[in-house]
Design a protein around this ligand. Structure first.
Ligand SMILES: NC(=O)c1ccc[n+]([C@@H]2O[C@H](COP(=O)([O-])OP(=O)(O)OC[C@H]3O[C@@H](n4cnc5c(N)ncnc54)[C@H](O)[C@@H]3O)[C@@H](O)[C@H]2O)c1
Length: 364
């Protein structure tokens, strides 16, 4: 298949690009190269004859039309987005423009192309979304595909809006679409403003490891390469018009996750004191969802998908990757805004601080 992957220079998109090329697909990577992108993420496939790169913005309808005409894809995998919750608190506008308006333009361009091809039934518009659209859970229960949407942050609201647009383009225009909603990802090439890389890199630098509130928020973690595998599975086998929740049954409180990473580092890169002595609790994020947990029954029973690694295995692979790839993360730490405390605007804060502090964004 020829896949048009948007956001393929980001964290998850690049894992999809690498896996799809390895599995014999042709891939066109469409990315605007925002602050969150890194072409080094796809360096391993950059020279592959089945790979092409298009620098374009999904808000630019004309550019999208040209790319569809030039490459004639069999499917779109739409991952391009503003993705960082804390940034969405300080500057929600960019999230509306890219995640909502950008998705609208991409849908319109895909629809025009698909209709021009005679509406082939095999075409897919696969929209990649998040479990955050469902809002927050209490102590019990899990998100199923029937859970009502109740997004709490500008980020999750913009993703929820884009999910609704994709569904409507399926219902109204017949565009063959599938939607996936995934839990928090972690793994290689994770941008150093998200929780797990912040923990690893602060620990290695001997800096305080900031944890929001008391670290009691629960997230359900999935190794990024397992997510990429699930996405290709849904693309190939998922039913048109259906949505699939993707998760790995790995619920954990943030504080326990941070302690696990510290214990792995104590083993792989011992320091004078245990890394957990660097943990500091910091003021919580406004509107911080208490708990997310995915019920993956549909994707497991209908499509036979299962994650390949446990959380322990995935975290160890991830920590080893950061230890072995210092040049990759050092270059990203130099970028503007990375390593600053974000997400304070809702409390009357100034938004991004002027000077780097260890208190970066701490959960996805
Ligand atoms: N990270 C997670 O844990 C997680 C979990 C579930 C779902 N998701 C979803 O998966 C997708 C990818 O997430 P990620 O963590 O890889 O994000 P990311 O921020 O690492 O990458 C996003 C990519 O999109 C590109 N992009 C941003 N705006 C663009 C625009 N206007 N036009 C074209 N390209 C643009 C960026 O340059 C970047 O390469 C997002 O849609 C996100 O909502 C993420």
């Amino acid at each position: 298949m020829k896949l048009l992957v948007t956001g393929g220079a980001g964290f998850i998109g690049s894992a999809v690009v690498r896996l799809a090329v390895a599995r014999g697909h042709e891939v066109v990577n469409l990315d605007a190269l925002t602050y969150a992108a890194c072409l080094a993420n796809v360096a391993s496939v950059a020279e592959h004859p089945a790979y092409a790169f298009e620098q374009a913005d999904i808000r630019d309808f004309k550019a999208l039309e040209e790319i569809f005409a030039r490459h004639a894809p069999d499917a779109v995998m739409h991952l391009a987005a503003e993705s960082h919750v804390d940034r969405s608190i300080d500057g929600p506008g960019a999230f509306i423009e890219t995640n909502v308006t950008g998705t609208y333009h991409l849908l319109q361009a895909a629809r025009g192309y698909w209709e021009g091809q005679g509406r082939p039934g095999g075409f897919r518009f696969h929209h990649i979304s998040t479990d955050e659209v469902y809002g927050s859970l209490g102590e019990t229960g899990r998100f199923t595909e029937e859970t009502p949407y109740a997004p709490n942050s500008p980020y999750s609201a913009s993703k929820a809006a884009s999910d609704h647009l994709v569904r409507a383009w399926g219902e109204t225009y017949g565009l063959p679409q599938v939607i996936t909603n995934c839990s928090n990802n972690y793994g290689p090439y994770h941008f150093p403003e998200k929780l797990i890389p912040v923990v690893i890199l602060n620990a290695l630098a001997g800096k305080e490891i900031p944890v929001y509130g008391q670290g009691l928020n629960v997230r359900d973690w999935l190794y990024v390469e397992d997510h990429a595998d699930a996405l290709l599975c849904v693309l190939e086998k998922g039913r048109v018009g259906r949505s699939y929740n993707i998760g790995g049954d790995n619920e954990l409180r943030n504080i326990d996750l941070v302690r696990m990473i510290c214990a792995i580092l104590d083993r792989l890169r011992p320091a004078k004191r245990p890394y957990s002595s660097l943990i500091r609790f910091v003021e919580d994020r406004p509107g911080h969802d208490l708990r997310y947990a995915i019920d993956p029954t549909r994707i497991e029973t209908e499509l036979g998908w299962r994650p390949s690694v446990t959380l322990e295995q995935g975290l160890e692979k991830t920590v080893r990757w950061y230890l072995d790839n210092e040049a990759w993360w050092r270059a990203l730490l130099e970028r503007e805004g990375v390593g600053e405390r974000l997400g304070t605007a809702a409390r009357g804060g100034r938004g991004p601080a002027q000077h780097p502090s260890p208190e970066s964004g701490l959960t996805g």
